[in-house]
Design a protein around this ligand. Structure first.
Ligand code: ADP
Length: 289
């Protein structure tokens, strides 16, 4: 109740709100999402294709370009964003204006991994509880004014990612991450159709693990084939944002909580093109130049 009171005290609608009477559950209408200019979904047809890697590197790249960025880790059972951003040991805290997000070098982050006391315990919640947690991240986290909020969706096209899509108001669209193999592309096509069925724009396809850069000679070896993402984008009439090669350094950097956009690896160059295409879509200029 005390917690509720301080939340209401900080609320801009305090004077007009009808939910302040004792015992009333707060249905606070302060729309924190209205302060976020562009809400972007990062989705994939299946797990393990690099969706979270793309999310954190996109967040870092946009932040380095001068934009205010947040990442909402909507993958409640596999929340890897804090690990990839090196903030595993941080915790969300209750502040005067709501739940305070964690700070990863200027990027605001909310994730189930920042709430759990033990990183190895599985979250065995059923759907409604998971949605309640995501709702809290949307409505109660003090995101402040953001240029971009990247929402890392649970993988696949089941009711869970669809429910998350329905929860977040006024989405700008979705980026679909795929790998080049046929089995991955097959699932990615479903993800594209899921986004289309929700009447959301597909901002583009990212083909990750597109060829291996040989650590010795620097040449590309097409382990999982290459070019399938572009083909799929053409066939489904959606934009292709670009390809990221396999690079053992991407994995090593991720494991140590660092993004690869700040490193000098070749994949950084390909990723830069993806980021620039995305910025161009929103009609922004590179603020860092
Ligand atoms: P998802 O979110 O789709 O489950 P992740 O982003 O967690 O996938 O990536 C799975 C693993 O693959 C991570 O260990 C990550 O570091 C690694 N990885 C992702 N993309 C690449 C890449 N292009 N080259 C090498 N390793 C990668």
């Amino acid at each position: 109740m005390t917690e509720q009171k301080s939340k209401c005290d900080a609320c801009a609608e305090k004077g007009s709100c009808k939910d302040q009477s004792p015992g009333n559950e707060c249905t606070c209408t302060v729309d924190r999402m209205a302060r976020v200019k562009n809400k972007i979904i990062i989705a994939s047809g299946k797990g393990g294709v690099g969706k979270s890697t793309v999310s954190v590197n996109l967040a870092k790249a946009l932040n380095l370009k001068g934009y205010r960025v947040g990442v909402l880790d909507a993958d409640i059972t596999g929340p890897d964003i804090p690990k990839l951003l090196g903030i595993e040991d941080e915790r969300l805290t209750q502040g005067e204006e709501g739940i305070e997000p964690a700070n990863a070098g200027g990027i605001k982050v909310a994730s189930m991994a920042l709430v759990l006391s033990d990183r190895d315990s599985p979250v065995v919640w059923r759907g409604p509880m998971k949605m309640a947690a995501i709702k809290q991240f949307i409505q109660e986290v003090n995101w402040g004014d953001l240029d971009f909020l990247l929402i890392d969706l649970p993988p696949g096209t089941s009711d869970e990612p669809i429910s998350v899509l329905q929860l977040i108001p006024d989405l700008a669209g979705a980026i679909i991450v795929t790998t080049p193999q046929e089995v991955s592309l097959l699932d990615s096509r479903k993800a594209v159709n899921m986004v289309k069925a929700m009447k959301l724009p597909v901002l583009g396809i990212v083909e990750n693990m597109s060829g291996l850069i040989c650590p010795h000679c620097g040449e590309a070896i097409n382990i999982f084939s290459a070019g399938g993402g572009q083909r799929m984008a053409d066939e489904m009439d959606v934009p292709f944002l670009g390809a990221i090669p396999i690079d053992p350094k991407i994995c090593a950097l991720g494991d140590s909580g660092r993004t690869f956009v700040q490193s000098d690896i070749k994949a950084g160059e390909s990723f830069g093109k993806i980021v620039n295409r995305l910025i161009a879509f929103f009609g922004y200029e590179d603020k860092s130049i």
